[in-house]
Write a protein of this length. Sequence first.
Length: 101
Amino acid sequence: MTMTLSSAAAYASASLLAAIPTGDEPRTPPPEATAQLEQIGRYFFWFVTGALAIAGVLAGVYLAIAYHRHGQLGEGEKRVAIVAIAAVIVGTSGGWARLVL
């Protein structure tokens, strides 16, 4: 049985190595082969975007409550606010850069 497994592994590795292209030109798979993977990537992108949007709203609510309770923000809360403002500026830079330039 051990000999059968090792010969099967050797055959699988040899066929895998034979399938590697030797030329320098890239081989693009057909769109039918990558369509489902691209769709999963799009779903993942929108899921992460939605999760980050919800996290941003929750951070804003947290900062508003902290400011309302204490009348000022602590050092850590100020850093969170600065990062949030910087993220909005960087995230929207593609839109307003055309107006400025």
